[in-house]
Write a protein that binds this ligand. Structure first.
Ligand SMILES: [Zn+2]
Length: 88
């Protein structure tokens, strides 16, 4: 079982499809169980699309890490600030 740090460390390669099948499987297993990483992946995908504006997931190396950190902290805040018990 891998953790969020491992997932995030490989997120760039995951988006670029540049991972060994075994590693990719590990990340997808984690993703299926981790709401935080689901939010991060979703936010990152959208943000990277906007940033590159090309439909490519390639992360420019100079903005990759700060961008991911920013998204990560935002996504974590969102994931923890939505109580499931709240009903409409
Ligand atoms: Zn996670």
């Amino acid at each position: 079982m891998i953790g969020c740090d491992h997932f995030l460390a490989n997120l760039g390669d995951y988006l670029e499809g540049d991972l060994a099948a075994g590693v990719r499987q590990q990340l997808e297993t984690h993703l299926a169980e981790c709401r935080t990483c689901q939010v991060i992946l979703d936010s990152t995908t959208k943000t990277v699309k906007v940033v590159t504006d090309s439909g490519s997931f390639a992360l420019p190396s100079d903005i990759g890490e700060p961008l991911l950190e920013k998204i990560m902290s935002k996504a974590r805040a969102e994931a923890t600030s939505q109580p499931d018990s709240r009903k409409p």
